[in-house]
Ligand binder design. Structure first.
Ligand SMILES: [Zn+2]
Length: 322
């Protein structure tokens, strides 16, 4: 674990941090060779790593999976031009609106498609239980032979999946304390490329401790603690997240075998479920963009410390980039 990339500067002690009110610009050695490297040569698709070891499920995994039901689904055209289908779920363990962001219109939710008592075709279309595309005047939710209906080609590969926990600061408030926003963008980019994939978006802010407690943890970090210690000082577990909702949502979306975008070995075992309801065939690493490119990506003293803690204290499998 002492193999942490050399460009990561050591954490400043509080006194040193105080001494430098305007910290100098990051002293990052060039990641690419000094000669110009065309952007095309930067690998844009991470290499999947087959998951071969049998995981011993963590004892904390629940015996039975939560019950989930997709309440509504809608097509979202995105700013990149890719269309996604946003699925909103309810469940029997909390009151939060967990989401599945689905790339490709061949992935269907069993609970959404189930016929509900007394519903009309219009009811079904309004809650998103339609096949193909909606268009003005459409009368049926079922597959029709209208030219508006189109389906994506089924793929032979198992579905690319990211289990993403909500991060208000990193996704909305432009925070450079973590790389959550970048990871979400990168997952979407890879899934758009395959026109197939699922981001399960879980509403568990701040590794499950909530936004208010996360902000307190940030203040503790500014006082010198790392992210794990800050949580422990606030009497929270280092990581309070649970992934069994994600397992249940993935099963509802018909996924038994997936490729998982993650650096976190615990997440693989957790999403597979206690009885291995889902099999993770490959792990696709999430390498910070700042490690792959000479500009772009998140660069801050805080994100360096955050990644260092993930590797050294949480066992994340992030390889030294060079
Ligand atoms: Zn974050």
């Amino acid at each position: 674990m002492s193999e942490f990339p050399s460009f990561v500067s050591p954490r400043l002690e509080p006194e040193e941090a105080k001494a430098s009110e305007n910290p100098p610009a990051l002293d990052l050695p060039p990641i690419l060779s000094p000669s110009f490297t065309p952007i095309d040569t930067i690998p844009s698709t991470p290499v999947p790593i087959p998951v071969t070891t049998e995981h011993t499920p963590a004892p904390s995994l629940p015996e039975t999976l939560p019950e989930v039901e997709c309440l509504v689904r809608a097509r979202i055209p995105t700013t990149t031009g890719t269309e996604i289908f946003l699925h909103l779920y309810k469940n029997n363990v909390d009151d939060k609106e967990h989401l599945a962001i689905v790339f490709g219109n061949d992935i269907r939710s069993t609970s959404l498609d189930r016929v509900r008592e007394g519903e009309t075709e219009m009811d079904r279309m309004i809650r998103g239980a339609y096949v193909g595309r909606l268009y003005p005047g459409r009368q049926t939710s079922r597959e029709d032979d209208d030219k508006h209906s189109e389906s994506t080609k089924p793929t032979n590969k198992s579905t690319l999946v990211r289990i993403h926990s909500e991060c208000y600061t990193g996704e909305t408030a432009w925070s450079a304390r973590c790389d959550c926003g970048e990871q979400l963008d990168e997952a979407a980019r890879l899934m758009a490329k395959e026109n197939h994939g699922i981001v399960v978006y879980l509403r568990q802010e701040g590794r499950g401790i909530g936004l208010g407690e996360k902000l307190k943890a940030y203040n503790l970090q500014d006082l010198g603690a790392d992210t794990v210690t800050a949580n422990l000082l606030l009497r929270h577990p280092a990581d309070a997240r649970s992934y069994s909702l994600a397992t249940a949502i993935l099963l509802d979306l018909g996924q038994k075998e997936i490729r998982l975008l993650t650096n976190n070995p615990d997440k693989i075992a957790a999403v597979e479920g206690k009885h291995r309801e889902i099999k993770v065939t490959d792990r696709v690493p999430m390498i910070p963009l700042a490690w792959k490119m000479d500009n772009g990506g998140i660069r801050s003293k805080e994100v360096e410390g955050y990644l260092k803690t993930k590797i050294e204290r949480m066992g994340h499998m992030l390889d030294k980039p060079f």
